[in-house]
Design a protein around this ligand. Structure first.
Ligand SMILES: NC(=O)c1ccc[n+]([C@@H]2O[C@H](COP(=O)([O-])OP(=O)(O)OC[C@H]3O[C@@H](n4cnc5c(N)ncnc54)[C@H](O)[C@@H]3O)[C@@H](O)[C@H]2O)c1
Length: 250
């Protein structure tokens, strides 16, 4: 059977867990050779070991030299860089008056600087090949969410970043889009539950009750949308933000 990503090489940052891992599995399942770049190197290698033809690398997306070396290494080893999924992310939630400088810098650093460094490194290969798909993870929190001034700013920033990439890179056959999940059951939302003093199951049930489709999202829900935007057939879709949120209105 032929897959949508046969012959394609995809890089997924933060692919050791959660949405990134599901995305790596989805792309590999449809024929891509996937490189998982994650700060957690051992977990990246373990995730890659479960996928045909995948490789895992220890990379911190905020480290410019490390990012350049990893992206060039993937291109050298796997032959190209056709798809980039900017998924790596962290939260450091706090109300503004309690938010430390480090909380701000860490969140802006991983999401915004990380996506910038990865896209800059990847476009060199994509422009040369006159083909590329860049998908970055934003969030429903981009329009504001209590306790997430740093995260909201980073995710809103990624939307402007995405629009700009779409304008600059479109002439080279490269599209750039963003996917904005609502509540997805991952380690990130489990950590939020614990921070607000709830059990993860209780927190998921509470969120499902206020979500129009009456459930929380699974990583595979987001992976399916990322895979569509990363596919060849989505070549006339660029500069867009697609929300995958079950209708949740924060
Ligand atoms: N879970 C949700 O409900 C939700 C909602 C909206 C948006 N998102 C976004 O989706 C993306 C994935 O979220 P998730 O819930 O799967 O998170 P997660 O915490 O389960 O996984 C994040 C991954 O990113 C990696 N990572 C963190 N910092 C890194 C760095 N500096 N360099 C390389 N890798 C790094 C982690 O090691 C981890 O494997 C994030 O960008 C997040 O902001 C998640």
């Amino acid at each position: 059977m032929t897959g949508r990503f046969d012959g394609r090489v995809a890089i997924v940052t933060g692919g050791a867990g959660g949405i990134g891992r599901a995305t790596a599995a989805r792309l590999a399942g449809e024929g891509a050779r996937v490189a998982i770049l994650d700060r957690a190197g051992d977990a990246a290698e373990a995730a890659a070991a479960e996928l045909p033809g995948a490789l895992g690398f220890a990379v911190d997306v905020t480290d410019a030299a490390g990012v350049d070396a990893a992206v060039d290494g993937v291109a050298a080893e796997l032959g190209s860089v056709d798809v980039l999924v900017n998924n790596a992310g962290i939260t450091r939630d706090n109300l503004l008056f309690r938010m430390g400088d480090d909380d701000w810098d860490a969140v802006i650093g991983v999401h915004l600087r990380g996506a910038f460094l990865m896209a800059r490194a990847a476009q060199r290969h994509m422009v040369a090949a006159r083909y590329g798909r860049i998908v970055s993870l934003t969030s429903v929190a981009a329009t504001g969410n209590r306790g997430q001034a740093n995260y909201s700013a980073a995710k809103a920033g990624l939307q402007g970043f995405t629009k700009t990439l779409a304008i600059e890179l479109g002439p080279f056959g490269i599209t750039a889009n963003a996917v904005g999940p609502g509540f997805i059951a991952t380690e990130m939302t489990d950590a939020t539950a614990r921070r607000v003093g709830m059990e993860p199951d209780e927190y998921r049930a509470q969120t499902a009750a206020i979500t129009p489709v009456r459930r929380v999202g699974e990583p595979a829900d987001v992976a399916a949308t990322i895979a569509w935007l990363a596919s060849e057939e989505a070549g006339f879709v660029t500069g867009q933000v697609v929300y995958v949120d079950g209708g949740l209105d924060l």
